[in-house]
Design a protein around this ligand. Structure first.
Ligand SMILES: Nc1ncnc2c1ncn2[C@@H]1O[C@H](COP(=O)(O)OP(=O)(O)O)[C@@H](O)[C@H]1O
Ligand SMILES: [Mg+2]
Length: 347
């Protein structure tokens, strides 16, 4: 048995198992649009001529859920948001947005129920924060605009900045104004496209706190990001996208599905040949030596394998420093799934 790369393992049984166990929702056949779901997306795709922006994307999002759409640059995140937000027509598949089937005819009805915060805030720099919000409240045709503007400014902690010119605000504050604008129509679904892109750590933390408070209030959020810690911190579930959806689930579930059955073994001195030792153990399916010097063993059952590995190491005279079930980061899951350079491939 030779050490196997994690990616090889992923492309083999683990991914197949996770798919079989329903990580990517199976195609749905419904006659009635489900009222209880905010988004139902089935085999959705968008091409620009020969160029595939995203393909065969399927997932569901419940009301009150913060759903992360995680993927590298060029994965198709913005195009997905624009398609679900009725700004672009899909070229294949179907979707139901807040109970309404995504069709050109339904565009206006859907837009009343949703809101999109694009990657760049798109505010009028020479107008004040308040004037910007009045302008957009007018477009929405809000009746009690003044009260609503005060409310959204309060919810992004910008009550004091209503009369500042948008052009004079930092990038972080402008992003908060954009968030306030996207809350004006009290959307059933809020699409946030890379909300912290280009922000410094302090502004990023502020935006994260605002999103977390929206999450607390039960706002349904579709959040695209290429930042893993953002997805991990804010999202109930994530989809990992690389033109198509590779995996959907809770972050801890994704980790488990792909990685839990492994043991990390740290050894001090080892007189014998560990290659032979690990290869001989039936409980060890594959193993790899990490750059840190520890050994990562893929096992069928950690509870059976750990004592077997310990016994074999002790018998061989090796000094065991630790044997632990390994916990992998979202970053490891993500990098394995999106390691290809999708954008370059398309050129
Ligand atoms: N209007 C367009 N015309 C042609 N290609 C586009 C257009 N918009 C996006 N694309 C292409 O679709 C792919 C996905 O883009 P995008 O959705 O912006 O990715 P992401 O937001 O994940 O970075 C990219 O290859 C991009 O060049
Ligand atoms: Mg984008």
């Amino acid at each position: 048995m030779t050490p196997k790369k994690v990616s090889e393992r992923l492309k083999g049984a683990s991914v197949a198992q996770s798919l079989a166990s329903g990580a990517v929702p199976p195609p749905l056949k419904r006659s009635e649009p489900p009222k209880e779901l905010a988004l139902v997306v089935e085999h959705l795709g968008k091409r620009f001529g020969d160029r595939v922006a995203f393909d065969d994307v399927s997932f569901e999002v419940g009301y009150g859920e913060v759903f992360g759409f995680l993927g590298p640059n060029g994965a198709g995140k913005t195009t997905t948001v624009r398609t679900l937000g009725t700004l672009l027509a899909p070229t294949s598949g179907s979707a139901i947005i807040a109970g309404i089937p995504l069709t050109t005819k339904n565009g206006a009805d859907i837009r009343k129920l949703i809101s999109i915060m694009p990657e760049s805030p798109g505010l009028y720099q020479r107008l004040t924060v308040g004037e910007n919000l009045e302008c957009f409240a007018g477009l929405y045709g809000l009746v009690d605009a003044k009260a609503r503007i005060d409310e959204v400014l309060r919810s992004v902690n910008l009550t004091e900045r209503g009369s500042d010119l948008c052009g004079s605000l930092s990038k972080g504050l402008r992003q908060r104004v954009a968030l306030a604008r996207s809350l004006l129509n009290d959307p059933k679904i809020l699409f946030l496209d890379e909300p912290t892109s280009g922000l410094d750590p302090v502004a990023t933390r502020d935006v994260h706190e605002l999103i977390a408070s929206l999450r607390e209030r039960g706002v349904t959020i579709f959040l695209t990001t290429h930042r893993l810690e953002e997805a991990e911190r804010l999202c109930h579930r994530v989809a990992i996208l690389n033109t198509t959806v590779a995996l959907v689930g809770r972050v801890d579930e994704l980790r488990q599905k792909l990685f839990t059955k492994s043991l990390e073994v740290r050894i001090g001195a080892a007189p014998g040949d560990l290659v032979q030792l690990f290869d001989r153990l039936p409980e060890v399916k594959a193993w790899v030596k990490q750059p840190s010097g520890s050994y990562m063993l893929t096992v069928t059952d950690p509870d059976l394998a750990a004592p077997a590995v310990a016994r074999a190491l002790v018998n061989s005279g090796a000094d065991i420093l630790s044997i632990a079930e390994s916990h992998h980061s979202l970053e490891e899951v993500y990098l394995e799934l999106v390691e290809e350079d999708v954008e370059a491939k398309r050129r």
